[in-house]
Design a protein around this ligand. Structure first.
Ligand code: G6P
Length: 608
């Protein structure tokens, strides 16, 4: 959601801002704008729709002069995605411009107060109160005006500010929304995330909530909310520019599907030493581990689906009750969680608002918390007691692929590690599972290579109005993700159904129009699943099955088959999702959809 960039230096700001915004496109947005200081004035350009429009009206930034400015991609919350509602917002006297990510919860009260004082509002946004407050409190010191403004705000916000009376200076404010400072040579930057910075610098400063910074081309000064100067460490970003580019693929999603063997290797390999799993981020002592009597996994979207897979594996190996809960539900559910609960929070971005809220709720109840996160220094990573990073690299496509599979890889490692430490996974099984996990990158590559027919199958089925994904046990957990993948990028309705549950109502919908994708990889329940396949075929549905490559029986039952390489039953979900990611990708492609930026979706959902 909303992306922010800021630049101050000696090169023209607008082209830098527009390239930065381009790199943040993946976050999801529906309007965009920039504001640049020039000769004692602030020049603003905004558009509705995609950045192409802004590039067109500014000739890729060339016709907006000036060396210091801010930019924004807006994902509409308060007010439609119009030019007027697009950021930056400018004060009535034209002295200030502001970009904002997050929600100002008390904006209605502030708006009424400011209108009474004579400020004129042009937009429907919550953000506009910020720019008028700055104007109200400004008496020559930008720092003081920012502090007084921020003291009035409730909610979540990352802010970028420019003032025409302070040439070359940017202000960045962070409170519960992501914002990172980029340190250059004779130029400095800020952005919502590192992908916008890595083309310019890999040296960054992570702001904490409540901190703000003043940036000039030569200097970055960070303050706490009381205005006291802070000494902040510089961090080095490991991601590189190539990782955030398409590298010859038509879409980021396809590139990221293909990158999965590498991402899994990067995630798994450093954690297995001499046949032993080593989890440096895991901080529970043996005694504390023995004291855990339930595990709660919480997350949103695909991260929740990864958690749902983890639930089966962890319960099987640790013999502790495990439940997976949607973070948006858990946070308001008065959950039974205490110091004997291990809460595992999963998030690719580490900035999902509901996930952060659920994590805080569980911490407040005394739970031990462990985060599985991809983005270093993100809010979830900072809040949890322990962090295990997925080393997937930047994920740009809105529909997650390598984010999801690397999350499962960490859950696999964690389940085997904990089960072993608890004495519930005996040595032989432990060694086999560790070996199986280490083979996952290669299994994943095999799953890609085995399914060159995914595109042809997608072409055959791309005009189906609706699909069912059915499976049992781990197959069912994978159905949830496969169904979401198809929905979010192709806009085709689909449902994930526990195969045994179909007959309790939903089978009424099955007819010759339906395509049923039957996941039949879980060998212990293969026969049961085949009974369900027969049920839907008897009602005319076509069946596309997903089965392990040695499972020849499937060819007698299904119309078409996608193949998954042989693997330990508990480790199958990673190779199993691969053909289904490819299938969803090609269906969306045959339907002419905007695969990397699906309508209405955001990569990082930073509001509730
Ligand atoms: C959004 C994304 C999904 C993602 C979910 C959770 O809805 O579009 O792909 O799974 O947020 O995001 P997180 O960053 O917490 O994993």
């Amino acid at each position: 959601m909303c992306g922010i960039v800021g630049f101050t230096g000696t090169q023209q700001a607008a082209p830098v801002l527009l390239t930065g915004l381009k790199r943040l496109e993946y976050r999801g947005y529906d309007s965009a704008g920039i504001a640049v200081q020039h000769e004692g004035k602030i020049l603003t350009e905004k558009c509705s729709g995609y950045l192409e429009n802004l590039n067109r009206i500014t000739d890729n930034g060339k016709n907006v002069p000036g060396f210091c400015g801010i930019g924004h991609t807006r994902w509409a919350t308060h007010g439609a995605p119009t030019v007027t509602n697009a950021h930056p917002h400018v004060s009535n006297d034209g002295h200030f411009a502001v970009v904002h990510n997050g929600i100002i919860e008390n904006y209605a009260l502030l708006r009424a107060e400011l209108m009474e004082k004579g400020f004129v509002f042009h937009s429907e946004t919550d953000t506009e109160v910020v720019v008028h407050l700055l104007d109200l409190y400004y008496t020559g010191s930008l720092k003081q005006a920012v502090m007084k403004t921020v003291a009035r705000l409730e909610g979540s916000y990352a802010l970028g500010v420019v003032c025409d009376e302070h040439p070359g200076e940017l202000i960045a404010v962070k409170s519960a929304s992501p914002l990172i400072l980029g340190v250059g040579a004779g130029e400095n930057f800020f952005a919502s995330d590192v992908t916008a910075l890595i083309g310019h610098t890999r040296t960054v400063i992570y702001l904490e909530d409540g901190e703000f910074a003043s940036l000039t081309p030569e200097k970055i000064t960070v303050y706490d909310c009381g205005g006291r100067e802070l000494q902040k460490p510089l961090s080095r970003v490991m991601w590189n520019t190539e990782a955030a580019e398409k590298g010859g693929y038509e879409h980021f999603m396809l590139k990221e599907i293909m990158e999965q063997p590498r991402a899994l290797k990067a995630t798994i390999e450093p954690r297995v030493k001499n046949g032993e799993i080593v989890l440096e981020g895991f901080q529970l002592s043996d005694e504390e581990l023995q004291g855990i009597n339930q595990i709660v996994i919480t997350a949103c979207g695909s991260a929740y689906h990864a958690g749902y897979v983890g639930r089966y594996i962890m319960e099987e190996l640790c013999r502790i009750p495990v439940r997976a809960e949607l973070a948006s539900e858990l946070r308001y559910s008065n959950p039974i969680i205490n110091e004997h609960t291990l809460v595992i929070v999963i998030s690719q971005s580490g900035e999902t608002a509901d996930t952060i809220a659920a994590l805080k709720e569980c911490k407040a109840r005394g739970a031990r918390t462990l985060a599985i996160v991809n983005v270093v220094g993100s809010t979830v990573a900072k809040l949890a007691d322990s962090v295990l990073y997925t080393w997937a690299g930047p994920e740009i496509a809105v529909a997650t692929t390598k984010g999801y599979t690397t999350q499962i890889a960490i859950l696999d490692l964690l389940a085997v590690y904990m089960g072993h430490r608890l004495g519930r996974v005996e040595e032989g099984r432990y060694a086999a599972l560790v070996e199986g996990i280490c083979a996952l990158p290669e299994r994943c590559q095999r799953a890609i290579d085995l399914n060159t027919q995914a595109a042809a199958l997608a072409e055959a089925f791309h005009d189906k109005p609706s699909l069912f994904y059915i499976g049992r046990n781990l197959d069912y957990a994978v159905c949830m993700e496969a169904s979401l993948k198809l929905k979010e990028i192709s806009y085709i309705h689909s449902e994930a159904y526990a195969a045994g549950e179909l007959k309790h109502g939903t089978i009424a919908l099955i007819d010759e129009e339906q395509l049923v994708v039957a996941l039949a990889c879980h060998r212990p329940l293969f026969e049961k699943l085949i009974s369900n396949v027969k049920e839907v075929k008897a009602r005319g549905a076509q069946v596309l099955a997903v089965a392990q490559e040695s499972e020849r029986r499937i060819f007698a039952e299904a119309d078409q088959v996608l193949l998954v390489p042989e693997c330990d039953a508990l480790l199958l979900p990673i190779p199993e999702i691969i053909p289904l990611q490819l299938f969803a990708y090609y269906v969306a492609k045959f339907n002419g959809c905007d695969i990397d930026k699906p309508k209405n979706l955001a990569k990082s959902v930073t509001v509730e």
